[in-house]
Write a protein that binds this ligand. Structure first.
Ligand SMILES: Cc1cc2nc3c(=O)[nH]c(=O)nc-3n(C[C@H](O)[C@H](O)[C@H](O)COP(=O)(O)OP(=O)(O)OC[C@H]3O[C@@H](n4cnc5c(N)ncnc54)[C@H](O)[C@@H]3O)c2cc1C
Length: 520
């Protein structure tokens, strides 16, 4: 993927007054899923993202590919069944990025084993042919064997069940590459600034601003899809200033610790915290991630900040279940995400995780809500609507069996390069140069060749892109990421043809941002 070529294509199409079938605004899981689906059906698709692909919520999730045990408790059986099917398809189509994970629900009261045991049997049942493994009751000893760091006092036993886990930002990058492999044109750092209308007032294109060159771009399109997550209503109001709010924003934070806080390869699941939510402590990229909270917000922002009470809540809840209670000083990173929830009555934690598709009077098609796990199904639904609305000619949806870029069945032997799947070979070749084989920080496995690869093949443009999403350094260890900023800036500057002043400004900007990921 080369940004200059993508921008050139956009420019040429506007010049020729040759409309795209679909223009997508927003490069998170929802928008990128739509781009993959549309391109794989043979449609002509352009996607613009205001920042880096995945900069929004889609890089800030709990990293679970799941049906959602909590939604089962809420009685939303259709959502759970649909998500369990999607979970199976995600693992099937991206085995290099999605894998099984065992979760243990510890039991400290007599009623918990039958209650959660039966609930999780139902979860197995709903997965049907897409099952990841059979849940079962564990003795006290078996529970501690799986979770050696679990508080043993008054522990009676546990229930083990299976779900999926992934690297969200990396899957997003591979979705972008899949869309590009099928002919989609994708541009990052290119916010939509307005909508184009025909003589009758129907939306037939997007105005956008190229942040790198300052150029104003126009993207004529038969259908415009608004997939901007928590920013959905701001785009809807470009079409209709009086449009009612459809999305409410709820903030969730995660704390990242050293893996020693959660020994073993099993995740801990606390089904009911003091505020009635679920808390997970999961092993991820050699660390332990604990989350999440659900705090309603009035307005969305791009870099939401953790609240002190959210940090305290996670530390306090995790401490009740772990033999070594984590403190603020143990937090290696904190990251914050904003859920785009479909507006309804009641607490945000009780709002539906279903998606909605909305077509307004001007023909703008909006898709929002849902969750990462259901991105493929959401995209299929959205493109079906776009085809009907725009009378587009397209092949049937092929994404049930569409392999995601990098598809590799047995990638475990690739070690830390596993997430690249079949692209790992190209990174190893780059690392044949000893200067690029160097590890960038002793606490994290990332090597210089990954930076070069991110710039050459994955459209990384800034130090933050590389450290936050193309590698996950910022999300795993903020201090280590700060220490890596300078060498990363130097490597990127060489790849992108930038000078020393650019590199210095990048380091400064990144270090200021990274402060927000530290807990002091
Ligand atoms: C704390 C938390 C934990 C979660 N955990 C899970 C989980 O474990 N599993 C799961 O399945 N789901 C999970 N989810 C849900 C999932 O992450 C979201 O449903 C999903 O990422 C939303 O994707 P999106 O593309 O709709 O939004 P986003 O990822 O936010 O993408 C929207 C994009 O639109 C861009 N944009 C905005 N305005 C413009 C503009 N004018 N022009 C161009 N681009 C624009 C933004 O920059 C952004 O990148 C979690 C969510 C949260 C908040």
């Amino acid at each position: 993927m080369r940004r200059e070529e993508m921008v050139r294509t956009i420019r040429e199409r506007a010049h020729q007054k040759n409309p795209w079938d679909i223009a997508v605004i927003g490069g998170g899981a929802t928008g990128m899923g739509v781009a993959v689906d549309a391109a794989a059906r043979g449609l002509d698709v352009a996607l613009i993202e205001a920042y880096d692909f995945g900069k929004g919520t889609s890089s800030r999730s709990t990293k679970l590919v799941h049906g959602g045990v909590r939604y089962l408790e809420q009685g939303n059986i259709p959502l759970v069944m649909s998500a369990l099917k999607e979970r199976g398809l995600m693992r099937q189509n991206a085995p290099h990025l999605v894998h099984d994970l065992a979760f243990v629900v510890p039991n400290y009261s007599w009623w918990e084993a039958p209650f959660y045991g039966i609930g999780l049997k139902l979860y197995d049942l709903l997965a049907g042919q897409y099952g990841f493994g059979v849940s079962k009751l564990l003795t006290r000893e078996e529970t501690l064997e799986r979770l050696p760091a679990l508080e043993p006092e008054e522990l009676r036993g546990g229930v083990v069940y299976f779900d999926g886990q992934f690297d969200d930002a990396r899957l997003l990058i591979h979705l972008a590459m899949t869309a590009a492999d099928h002919g989609a044109t994708l541009v990052n750092y290119c916010p939509a600034t307005g909508l184009v209308r025909d003589a009758e007032g129907y939306v037939n294109g997007v105005h956008a601003h190229d942040e790198e060159t300052g150029e104003e771009l126009t993207i004529p399109a038969r259908i415009v899809v608004n997939a901007t997550g928590v920013f959905t209503d701001s785009i809807r109001r470009m079409a209709d200033p009086a449009a009612e709010q459809v999305v409410v924003t709820s903030q969730g934070i995660h704390l990242v610790f050293d893996r020693s806080f959660l020994k073993g390869d099993t995740a801990l699941m606390v089904p009911r915290t003091s505020d009635g939510r679920v808390l997970f402590v999961i092993p991820w990229h050699g660390h332990a991630v604990a989350g999440t909270t659900d705090t309603p917000l009035d307005a969305p922002s791009l870099e939401p900040k953790p609240l002190d009470e959210e940090i305290a809540f996670i530390l306090e809840t995790a401490s009740r279940y772990l033999t070594r209670p984590p403190s603020r000083a143990d937090v290696l990173a904190v990251y914050v995400g904003l859920r785009p929830l479909v507006k309804g009555e009641g607490k945000t934690s009780a709002l539906s995780r279903d998606h909605i598709i909305h077509v307004d009077a001007s023909g703008l098609l909006t898709i929002t809500g849902g969750k990462w796990t259901t991105y493929r199904h959401m995209a299929e639904d959205c493109v079906d609507h776009a085809i009907t609305l725009g009378r587009l000619r397209a092949e049937p949806c092929p994404t049930h069996n569409l392999r995601i870029h990098g598809y590799l069945e047995d990638s475990a032997s690739l070690g830390s390069l596993q997430v690249y799947g079949s692209d790992a070979e190209a990174i190893r070749t780059l690392a044949g140069d000893p200067a690029l084989a160097a590890q960038l920080h002793s606490s994290l496995p990332y090597i210089a060749a990954e930076v070069v690869w991110a710039a050459r093949a994955e459209m990384a443009r800034t130090v933050e892109d590389v450290l936050a999403r193309h590698t996950r350094a910022l999300f795993l260890n903020a201090n280590a990421a700060i220490a890596m900023a300078r060498p990363v800036a130097r490597l990127l500057a060489a790849e992108l043809g930038r000078d020393e002043a650019w590199a210095a400004a990048q380091v400064k900007e990144f270090c200021a941002l990274a402060e927000q990921y530290r807990v002091v």
